[in-house]
Design a protein around this ligand. Structure first.
Ligand SMILES: NC(=O)c1ccc[n+]([C@@H]2O[C@H](COP(=O)([O-])OP(=O)(O)OC[C@H]3O[C@@H](n4cnc5c(N)ncnc54)[C@H](OP(=O)(O)O)[C@@H]3O)[C@@H](O)[C@H]2O)c1
Length: 266
């Protein structure tokens, strides 16, 4: 697969690493453009891929293009590469808040797919949601599925769900890390070594995720399975209930979702 990246930052690097690891593309088939000489040097050194300072070279080298610059740099980048686009180009945008209609208005010739990945893509356990724009074929969908599967799980949903998805899986890692951090801080305050506290909290989160995902266990069933009547878990859960944690989480996700809506409107 000849694949090009516009922007060689954190997310592009995660995808490049996954593509090479999964052998979906070899280093010589991957090119990327970045304004930063340091990023160009680093990615070339780490992965042996072709790095360019001019994005247009990347566009002419690849038929599958991943737009991986920050949303605020997108307008400038699209204006730069629009003239190089052909109907053969499949363009995958991972920029938060940039809608398909907006992308299609600037790149009318390309077939466009919008993706919301998340940060655990960096360790091959990402969650990516995609939606397809006009002209996207069954073969394109398969290409996108394969590419995204190389660094985690994939779901296709309508674009109308993207603000919600941004809140749940896009911002989600930060919300879950917030909970983990709270557990660590409490354990440290009670006298546990910080490394030990980190291991207890993080390994517990990983184990819990594995039970929910691998065993397909419902989250409510897991809560019941751990909480025996009159026990320690039940005592803790009573505090969560009294503090209206479910309502707090709903408000947290709603705030992220509303911010995503506002950013999408520009
Ligand atoms: N990080 C996440 O968890 C996450 C999750 C979901 C979606 N996303 C999306 O993924 C995209 C990339 O995010 P990121 O975290 O990888 O950002 P990042 O690390 O800042 O990477 C962007 C790279 O693009 C470079 N760049 C800026 N302007 C450019 C231009 N005109 N041409 C070529 N390269 C240019 C930047 O260089 P300089 O730094 O020198 O400007 C930087 O190296 C964003 O649109 C974001 O919304 C990120």
């Amino acid at each position: 697969m000849q694949i090009g990246f516009i922007g060689g930052g954190k997310m592009a690097e995660a995808i490049v690493a996954a593509l090479i690891r999964s052998k979906l593309a070899g280093p010589h088939e991957i090119s990327a453009g970045d304004v930063s000489a340091e990023r160009r040097r680093l990615l070339k050194e780490r992965y042996g891929i072709n790095m360019y300072s001019r994005n247009r070279v990347v566009v002419s080298n690849a038929k599958v293009l991943v737009l991986a610059v920050k949303p605020q740099a997108m307008q400038e980048v699209l204006s730069e590469i629009a003239g190089e686009m052909t109907p053969e180009h499949l363009v995958i945008s991972i920029a938060a808040g940039k809608r398909l209609a907006w992308l299609e208005s600037i790149l009318p010739k390309a077939r466009l797919v919008r993706v919301m990945p998340n940060m655990p893509a960096m360790v091959g356990h990402g969650m990516s949601v995609f939606c397809a724009g006009r002209g996207v074929t069954a073969v394109d969908r398969k290409t996108v599925q394969e590419l995204l599967s190389s660094f985690g799980r994939v779901l296709e949903l309508p674009e109308t769900r993207f603000d919600l998805v941004t809140a749940v899986s896009g911002s989600g890692p930060a919300f879950l890390a917030y909970v983990v951090n709270g557990m660590i801080e409490m354990a440290v305050a009670e006298g546990l070594d910080r490394d030990d506290a980190g291991l207890l909290a993080v390994q517990t989160m990983q184990g819990t995720a594995r039970v929910l995902l691998d065993q397909g266990m419902d989250a409510r069933a897991l809560i019941q399975a751990v909480a025996s009547p009159g026990g320690t878990t039940e005592a803790g859960l009573a505090v969560l209930e009294k503090s209206k944690m479910t309502a707090i989480l709903r408000d947290t996700l709603k705030a992220a979702m509303q911010r995503s809506e506002a950013l999408s409107k520009g």
